[in-house]
Design a protein around this ligand. Structure first.
Ligand code: APR
Ligand code: PHB
Length: 386
Protein backbone atom coordinates (compact mmCIF):
# COMPACT_ATOMS: atom_id res chain seq x y z
CA UNK A 1 0.00 0.00 0.00
CA UNK A 2 1.35 3.45 -0.87
CA UNK A 3 -0.07 6.93 -0.40
CA UNK A 4 1.10 10.40 -1.14
CA UNK A 5 0.79 13.93 0.15
CA UNK A 6 2.67 17.22 -0.03
CA UNK A 7 3.98 17.35 3.55
CA UNK A 8 4.24 14.18 5.63
CA UNK A 9 4.17 15.06 9.33
CA UNK A 10 5.27 12.59 12.00
CA UNK A 11 3.62 13.22 15.37
CA UNK A 12 0.34 14.73 16.56
CA UNK A 13 1.63 16.89 19.39
CA UNK A 14 1.34 20.68 19.33
CA UNK A 15 4.10 20.95 16.68
CA UNK A 16 2.70 18.46 14.15
CA UNK A 17 -0.93 19.47 14.58
CA UNK A 18 -0.27 23.20 14.37
CA UNK A 19 1.92 22.73 11.30
CA UNK A 20 -0.75 20.74 9.52
CA UNK A 21 -3.33 23.40 10.46
CA UNK A 22 -1.15 26.30 9.22
CA UNK A 23 -0.41 24.47 5.96
CA UNK A 24 -4.10 23.76 5.40
CA UNK A 25 -4.85 27.48 5.74
CA UNK A 26 -2.42 28.04 2.85
CA UNK A 27 -3.94 25.29 0.72
CA UNK A 28 -1.06 22.84 1.30
CA UNK A 29 -1.98 19.20 1.90
CA UNK A 30 -0.48 17.14 4.70
CA UNK A 31 -0.94 13.86 6.51
CA UNK A 32 -0.14 13.51 10.22
CA UNK A 33 1.02 10.06 11.40
CA UNK A 34 0.58 9.48 15.13
CA UNK A 35 1.54 6.24 16.83
CA UNK A 36 -0.85 6.69 19.75
CA UNK A 37 -4.66 6.77 19.78
CA UNK A 38 -6.62 10.02 19.69
CA UNK A 39 -7.81 9.36 23.23
CA UNK A 40 -4.26 8.87 24.51
CA UNK A 41 -2.94 12.03 22.88
CA UNK A 42 -5.84 14.10 24.19
CA UNK A 43 -5.42 12.86 27.76
CA UNK A 44 -1.66 13.17 27.98
CA UNK A 45 -1.00 15.78 30.65
CA UNK A 46 1.88 18.15 29.99
CA UNK A 47 2.83 21.71 30.96
CA UNK A 48 0.51 24.61 30.39
CA UNK A 49 2.10 28.03 30.03
CA UNK A 50 1.63 29.99 26.81
CA UNK A 51 3.69 33.02 25.88
CA UNK A 52 2.08 35.91 24.07
CA UNK A 53 3.58 34.73 20.75
CA UNK A 54 1.84 31.37 21.22
CA UNK A 55 -1.54 32.81 22.17
CA UNK A 56 -1.26 35.19 19.20
CA UNK A 57 -0.56 32.27 16.85
CA UNK A 58 -3.48 30.23 18.18
CA UNK A 59 -5.85 33.20 17.95
CA UNK A 60 -4.71 34.51 14.55
CA UNK A 61 -4.95 31.06 12.98
CA UNK A 62 -8.51 30.56 14.25
CA UNK A 63 -7.95 27.95 16.99
CA UNK A 64 -7.82 30.25 20.00
CA UNK A 65 -11.48 30.60 20.86
CA UNK A 66 -11.61 28.21 23.84
CA UNK A 67 -8.18 29.33 25.03
CA UNK A 68 -9.36 32.94 25.07
CA UNK A 69 -12.42 31.89 27.08
CA UNK A 70 -10.90 29.38 29.48
CA UNK A 71 -7.19 30.26 29.64
CA UNK A 72 -6.06 32.04 32.81
CA UNK A 73 -4.11 35.23 32.14
CA UNK A 74 -1.34 35.75 34.69
CA UNK A 75 0.61 38.97 35.09
CA UNK A 76 3.37 37.56 37.28
CA UNK A 77 4.69 34.67 39.35
CA UNK A 78 5.63 34.24 42.98
CA UNK A 79 9.00 33.06 44.20
CA UNK A 80 9.22 31.53 47.68
CA UNK A 81 12.44 30.72 49.50
CA UNK A 82 13.85 30.96 53.03
CA UNK A 83 10.43 31.80 54.44
CA UNK A 84 9.99 34.78 52.12
CA UNK A 85 7.63 35.43 49.23
CA UNK A 86 8.40 37.79 46.37
CA UNK A 87 6.41 38.60 43.28
CA UNK A 88 7.89 39.08 39.83
CA UNK A 89 5.51 41.45 38.08
CA UNK A 90 5.77 40.52 34.40
CA UNK A 91 3.25 43.09 33.25
CA UNK A 92 5.04 45.98 34.93
CA UNK A 93 8.49 44.80 33.88
CA UNK A 94 7.76 43.78 30.28
CA UNK A 95 4.23 44.91 29.38
CA UNK A 96 3.31 41.25 28.84
CA UNK A 97 1.76 38.38 30.74
CA UNK A 98 1.34 34.65 30.12
CA UNK A 99 -1.70 32.41 29.70
CA UNK A 100 -2.12 29.22 31.71
CA UNK A 101 -3.88 26.70 29.43
CA UNK A 102 -2.96 23.02 29.40
CA UNK A 103 -1.04 21.63 26.45
CA UNK A 104 -3.58 18.84 26.19
CA UNK A 105 -6.30 21.47 25.66
CA UNK A 106 -4.28 23.01 22.81
CA UNK A 107 -3.95 19.51 21.35
CA UNK A 108 -7.72 18.89 21.63
CA UNK A 109 -8.53 22.22 20.00
CA UNK A 110 -6.15 21.53 17.11
CA UNK A 111 -7.41 17.99 16.54
CA UNK A 112 -11.02 19.20 16.50
CA UNK A 113 -10.19 21.91 13.99
CA UNK A 114 -8.17 19.61 11.72
CA UNK A 115 -10.90 17.00 11.65
CA UNK A 116 -13.60 19.63 11.06
CA UNK A 117 -11.54 20.86 8.09
CA UNK A 118 -11.31 17.34 6.69
CA UNK A 119 -7.66 17.01 7.70
CA UNK A 120 -5.91 13.65 7.73
CA UNK A 121 -4.58 12.52 11.09
CA UNK A 122 -3.75 8.83 11.08
CA UNK A 123 -3.87 7.65 14.67
CA UNK A 124 -2.23 4.42 15.78
CA UNK A 125 0.13 4.57 12.83
CA UNK A 126 3.81 4.37 13.70
CA UNK A 127 6.47 5.87 11.47
CA UNK A 128 9.42 3.48 11.28
CA UNK A 129 11.82 5.24 8.88
CA UNK A 130 12.29 8.37 6.82
CA UNK A 131 13.88 7.79 3.43
CA UNK A 132 15.12 9.78 0.47
CA UNK A 133 15.55 13.10 2.23
CA UNK A 134 18.60 14.02 0.17
CA UNK A 135 16.70 13.26 -3.04
CA UNK A 136 13.66 15.28 -3.86
CA UNK A 137 11.32 12.40 -3.15
CA UNK A 138 11.25 11.67 0.55
CA UNK A 139 8.97 9.05 2.04
CA UNK A 140 7.89 7.84 5.45
CA UNK A 141 7.77 4.11 6.10
CA UNK A 142 5.11 3.22 8.64
CA UNK A 143 3.22 0.41 10.34
CA UNK A 144 -0.53 0.24 10.63
CA UNK A 145 -2.07 -2.77 12.35
CA UNK A 146 1.19 -4.61 11.94
CA UNK A 147 1.31 -3.98 8.18
CA UNK A 148 4.10 -2.01 6.56
CA UNK A 149 3.36 0.76 4.07
CA UNK A 150 4.87 3.97 2.70
CA UNK A 151 3.74 7.57 2.48
CA UNK A 152 5.42 9.46 -0.39
CA UNK A 153 5.76 13.19 0.18
CA UNK A 154 7.51 16.30 -1.02
CA UNK A 155 8.68 17.30 2.45
CA UNK A 156 8.84 15.51 5.81
CA UNK A 157 8.32 17.33 9.11
CA UNK A 158 9.69 15.41 12.08
CA UNK A 159 7.40 16.53 14.91
CA UNK A 160 7.64 13.24 16.79
CA UNK A 161 8.85 14.50 20.13
CA UNK A 162 11.78 13.48 22.27
CA UNK A 163 11.43 9.72 21.63
CA UNK A 164 10.67 9.81 17.92
CA UNK A 165 12.64 8.55 14.92
CA UNK A 166 13.14 11.78 12.97
CA UNK A 167 16.08 13.11 14.99
CA UNK A 168 18.13 9.98 14.33
CA UNK A 169 17.05 9.98 10.67
CA UNK A 170 18.43 13.50 10.35
CA UNK A 171 21.72 12.47 11.87
CA UNK A 172 22.93 15.86 13.11
CA UNK A 173 24.99 16.66 16.18
CA UNK A 174 23.18 16.90 19.52
CA UNK A 175 24.25 19.03 22.47
CA UNK A 176 22.97 17.58 25.71
CA UNK A 177 22.80 17.98 29.48
CA UNK A 178 21.17 15.73 32.06
CA UNK A 179 20.23 16.62 35.62
CA UNK A 180 20.43 14.53 38.81
CA UNK A 181 16.71 15.05 39.52
CA UNK A 182 13.27 14.62 37.94
CA UNK A 183 9.86 16.22 38.38
CA UNK A 184 6.97 14.36 39.96
CA UNK A 185 3.79 16.03 38.68
CA UNK A 186 0.19 15.60 39.79
CA UNK A 187 -3.10 16.95 38.52
CA UNK A 188 -5.44 17.16 41.51
CA UNK A 189 -9.02 18.09 42.28
CA UNK A 190 -8.18 20.80 44.75
CA UNK A 191 -8.55 24.56 44.34
CA UNK A 192 -5.29 26.43 43.69
CA UNK A 193 -4.28 28.26 46.87
CA UNK A 194 -2.84 31.18 44.92
CA UNK A 195 -4.05 32.98 41.83
CA UNK A 196 -0.52 32.89 40.42
CA UNK A 197 2.14 30.23 39.95
CA UNK A 198 4.43 29.69 42.94
CA UNK A 199 8.01 28.58 42.29
CA UNK A 200 9.49 27.44 45.60
CA UNK A 201 13.14 26.82 46.40
CA UNK A 202 13.46 24.77 49.59
CA UNK A 203 16.21 22.88 51.35
CA UNK A 204 14.25 19.70 50.62
CA UNK A 205 14.09 20.55 46.92
CA UNK A 206 12.05 22.52 44.42
CA UNK A 207 8.24 22.62 44.28
CA UNK A 208 5.84 24.33 41.87
CA UNK A 209 2.23 25.26 42.34
CA UNK A 210 0.34 25.69 39.07
CA UNK A 211 -3.27 25.26 38.05
CA UNK A 212 -5.68 24.42 35.28
CA UNK A 213 -8.93 25.95 36.56
CA UNK A 214 -10.40 27.35 39.80
CA UNK A 215 -11.01 23.71 40.88
CA UNK A 216 -7.94 21.93 39.52
CA UNK A 217 -4.33 22.35 40.58
CA UNK A 218 -1.19 21.17 38.82
CA UNK A 219 1.61 20.55 41.32
CA UNK A 220 5.20 19.45 40.94
CA UNK A 221 7.99 18.23 43.23
CA UNK A 222 11.68 17.78 42.59
CA UNK A 223 12.51 14.10 43.19
CA UNK A 224 15.71 12.16 42.68
CA UNK A 225 16.46 10.97 39.16
CA UNK A 226 15.43 7.33 39.11
CA UNK A 227 12.66 7.67 41.72
CA UNK A 228 9.46 5.81 40.86
CA UNK A 229 5.86 6.50 41.86
CA UNK A 230 5.85 3.59 44.39
CA UNK A 231 8.28 5.65 46.48
CA UNK A 232 5.74 8.46 46.53
CA UNK A 233 2.47 7.44 48.20
CA UNK A 234 -0.17 10.19 48.14
CA UNK A 235 0.33 11.21 51.77
CA UNK A 236 4.04 11.77 51.17
CA UNK A 237 3.36 13.90 48.07
CA UNK A 238 0.93 16.19 49.90
CA UNK A 239 3.14 16.52 52.94
CA UNK A 240 6.17 17.39 50.85
CA UNK A 241 4.19 19.89 48.76
CA UNK A 242 2.89 21.62 51.87
CA UNK A 243 6.36 21.84 53.37
CA UNK A 244 8.23 23.02 50.31
CA UNK A 245 5.54 25.43 49.11
CA UNK A 246 5.05 26.65 52.71
CA UNK A 247 1.36 26.40 51.99
CA UNK A 248 -0.78 25.33 54.92
CA UNK A 249 -4.00 25.86 52.96
CA UNK A 250 -3.19 23.30 50.30
CA UNK A 251 -5.87 20.63 50.72
CA UNK A 252 -5.21 17.11 49.45
CA UNK A 253 -7.68 16.29 46.69
CA UNK A 254 -8.28 13.40 44.33
CA UNK A 255 -5.18 12.85 42.20
CA UNK A 256 -6.43 12.56 38.62
CA UNK A 257 -3.04 12.00 37.03
CA UNK A 258 0.52 11.52 38.20
CA UNK A 259 3.90 10.83 36.69
CA UNK A 260 7.63 11.42 36.89
CA UNK A 261 9.45 13.24 34.09
CA UNK A 262 13.23 13.38 33.84
CA UNK A 263 14.85 16.78 33.40
CA UNK A 264 16.86 17.09 30.25
CA UNK A 265 18.34 19.71 27.94
CA UNK A 266 19.07 18.82 24.31
CA UNK A 267 19.52 20.66 21.03
CA UNK A 268 20.02 19.05 17.63
CA UNK A 269 21.90 21.27 15.24
CA UNK A 270 21.07 21.87 12.43
CA UNK A 271 17.36 21.10 12.57
CA UNK A 272 17.13 20.24 8.86
CA UNK A 273 18.72 18.11 6.18
CA UNK A 274 17.54 17.92 2.58
CA UNK A 275 13.77 17.55 2.65
CA UNK A 276 13.53 16.67 6.38
CA UNK A 277 12.79 19.42 8.90
CA UNK A 278 12.56 18.89 12.66
CA UNK A 279 10.26 20.92 14.91
CA UNK A 280 9.48 20.94 18.63
CA UNK A 281 10.78 18.28 21.01
CA UNK A 282 12.13 16.24 18.10
CA UNK A 283 14.78 18.97 17.73
CA UNK A 284 15.19 20.31 21.24
CA UNK A 285 14.23 19.49 24.81
CA UNK A 286 14.17 21.88 27.75
CA UNK A 287 13.75 21.12 31.45
CA UNK A 288 10.21 22.18 32.35
CA UNK A 289 11.25 24.85 34.85
CA UNK A 290 11.03 27.66 32.29
CA UNK A 291 7.79 26.30 30.76
CA UNK A 292 9.19 26.74 27.26
CA UNK A 293 8.55 23.36 25.55
CA UNK A 294 5.20 24.02 23.90
CA UNK A 295 6.14 27.62 23.07
CA UNK A 296 9.26 26.54 21.22
CA UNK A 297 7.28 23.89 19.34
CA UNK A 298 4.73 26.47 18.19
CA UNK A 299 7.41 29.03 17.29
CA UNK A 300 9.23 26.43 15.13
CA UNK A 301 6.17 25.45 13.13
CA UNK A 302 5.16 29.05 12.58
CA UNK A 303 8.50 29.51 10.77
CA UNK A 304 8.29 26.15 9.02
CA UNK A 305 4.74 26.88 7.85
CA UNK A 306 5.83 30.22 6.41
CA UNK A 307 8.88 28.67 4.74
CA UNK A 308 6.84 25.88 3.11
CA UNK A 309 4.22 28.40 2.03
CA UNK A 310 6.91 30.52 0.32
CA UNK A 311 8.18 27.40 -1.42
CA UNK A 312 4.77 26.33 -2.71
CA UNK A 313 3.80 29.89 -3.75
CA UNK A 314 6.97 30.86 -5.59
CA UNK A 315 9.43 27.98 -5.29
CA UNK A 316 11.54 30.31 -3.18
CA UNK A 317 13.83 28.22 -0.97
CA UNK A 318 15.28 31.14 1.01
CA UNK A 319 13.09 30.69 4.08
CA UNK A 320 13.49 26.91 4.00
CA UNK A 321 17.27 27.20 3.83
CA UNK A 322 17.46 29.52 6.83
CA UNK A 323 14.79 27.68 8.87
CA UNK A 324 17.16 25.99 11.31
CA UNK A 325 19.33 29.06 11.87
CA UNK A 326 16.32 31.22 12.60
CA UNK A 327 14.78 28.67 15.00
CA UNK A 328 18.01 28.11 16.86
CA UNK A 329 18.31 31.74 17.94
CA UNK A 330 15.18 31.40 20.02
CA UNK A 331 15.90 27.80 20.99
CA UNK A 332 19.30 28.58 22.54
CA UNK A 333 17.92 31.57 24.43
CA UNK A 334 15.19 29.31 25.86
CA UNK A 335 17.72 26.56 26.58
CA UNK A 336 19.85 29.00 28.53
CA UNK A 337 16.90 30.39 30.44
CA UNK A 338 15.53 26.92 31.27
CA UNK A 339 18.91 25.65 32.48
CA UNK A 340 19.38 28.85 34.50
CA UNK A 341 15.93 28.66 36.15
CA UNK A 342 16.58 24.98 36.89
CA UNK A 343 19.95 25.70 38.54
CA UNK A 344 18.47 28.60 40.49
CA UNK A 345 15.56 26.66 41.97
CA UNK A 346 16.66 23.03 42.48
CA UNK A 347 18.76 21.39 45.16
CA UNK A 348 21.59 19.46 43.61
CA UNK A 349 21.75 16.22 45.66
CA UNK A 350 25.56 16.42 45.41
CA UNK A 351 25.63 20.18 45.99
CA UNK A 352 27.55 21.64 48.93
CA UNK A 353 26.35 24.24 51.48
CA UNK A 354 28.28 26.92 49.59
CA UNK A 355 26.14 26.27 46.51
CA UNK A 356 22.99 26.61 48.63
CA UNK A 357 24.17 30.01 49.88
CA UNK A 358 24.92 31.12 46.33
CA UNK A 359 21.43 30.12 45.22
CA UNK A 360 19.83 32.05 48.07
CA UNK A 361 21.92 35.08 47.23
CA UNK A 362 20.91 34.93 43.58
CA UNK A 363 17.25 34.52 44.49
CA UNK A 364 17.49 37.64 46.67
CA UNK A 365 19.17 39.46 43.80
CA UNK A 366 16.45 38.45 41.34
CA UNK A 367 13.76 39.60 43.74
CA UNK A 368 15.34 42.93 44.70
CA UNK A 369 17.20 44.15 41.61
CA UNK A 370 15.06 45.69 38.88
CA UNK A 371 17.59 44.61 36.26
CA UNK A 372 17.70 40.99 37.44
CA UNK A 373 13.91 40.77 37.79
CA UNK A 374 13.53 42.16 34.28
CA UNK A 375 15.91 39.52 32.94
CA UNK A 376 13.80 36.77 34.47
CA UNK A 377 10.53 38.38 33.36
CA UNK A 378 11.46 39.07 29.74
CA UNK A 379 12.74 35.54 29.26
CA UNK A 380 9.75 33.97 31.00
CA UNK A 381 7.17 35.83 28.91
CA UNK A 382 9.21 35.05 25.75
CA UNK A 383 12.13 36.99 24.34
CA UNK A 384 11.73 37.72 20.64
CA UNK A 385 14.84 39.72 19.99
CA UNK A 386 17.34 36.84 20.07
N1 APR B 1 5.43 7.59 14.67
C1 APR B 1 4.33 8.36 14.87
N2 APR B 1 4.18 9.20 15.93
C2 APR B 1 5.19 9.27 16.79
C3 APR B 1 6.39 8.51 16.65
C4 APR B 1 6.48 7.64 15.54
N3 APR B 1 7.56 6.89 15.34
N4 APR B 1 7.21 8.81 17.69
C5 APR B 1 6.57 9.72 18.45
N5 APR B 1 5.35 10.01 17.91
C6 APR B 1 4.35 10.96 18.43
C7 APR B 1 4.14 10.90 19.93
O1 APR B 1 3.22 9.87 20.29
C8 APR B 1 3.57 12.30 20.22
O2 APR B 1 2.17 12.33 20.14
O3 APR B 1 4.82 12.28 18.21
C9 APR B 1 4.15 13.16 19.11
C10 APR B 1 5.11 14.22 19.63
O4 APR B 1 4.39 15.15 20.38
P1 APR B 1 5.02 15.92 21.63
O5 APR B 1 5.81 14.99 22.45
O6 APR B 1 3.90 16.64 22.28
O7 APR B 1 6.04 16.96 20.96
P2 APR B 1 5.84 18.38 20.28
O8 APR B 1 4.65 18.42 19.40
O9 APR B 1 7.18 18.74 19.76
O10 APR B 1 5.49 19.34 21.49
C11 APR B 1 6.45 19.75 22.43
O11 APR B 1 5.51 18.51 24.22
O12 APR B 1 6.78 17.08 25.61
C12 APR B 1 6.17 18.28 25.48
O13 APR B 1 7.46 19.63 26.90
C13 APR B 1 7.18 19.31 25.58
O14 APR B 1 5.67 21.04 25.76
C14 APR B 1 6.55 20.43 24.85
C15 APR B 1 5.78 19.81 23.75
C1 PHB C 1 2.28 23.67 34.38
O1 PHB C 1 1.29 24.37 34.66
O2 PHB C 1 2.15 22.49 34.05
C2 PHB C 1 3.64 24.26 34.43
C3 PHB C 1 3.78 25.59 34.77
C4 PHB C 1 5.04 26.16 34.83
C5 PHB C 1 6.15 25.38 34.57
C6 PHB C 1 6.01 24.04 34.22
C7 PHB C 1 4.76 23.49 34.16
O3 PHB C 1 7.38 25.94 34.66
Amino acid sequence: MSDETQVGIIGAGPAGLMLSHLLHRQGIASVVLERRSRDYVERRVRAGVLEQGSTDLLASSGVGERMTREGLVHDGIKLRFAGEEHRIDFRRLTGRGITVYGQQEVVKDLINQRLADGGEIWFEVEATAVEGIEDHEPSIAYHRNGEAATLDCEFVAGCDGSHGIARAALGAESFERSYPFSWLGILAKTPPTSDELIYAYHERGFALHSMRSPEISRLYLQVDAGDSMDQWPEARIWEELRLRLAERNLEPGEIMEDGITPMRSLVTEPMQRGRLFLAGDAAHIVPATGAKGMNLALADVKLLGEALTAWYRSTSADLLETYSDRCLQRVWRAEHFSAWMTALLHRDPAGDPFEHKLQLSYLRYVTTSHAAATTLAENYVGFDGG
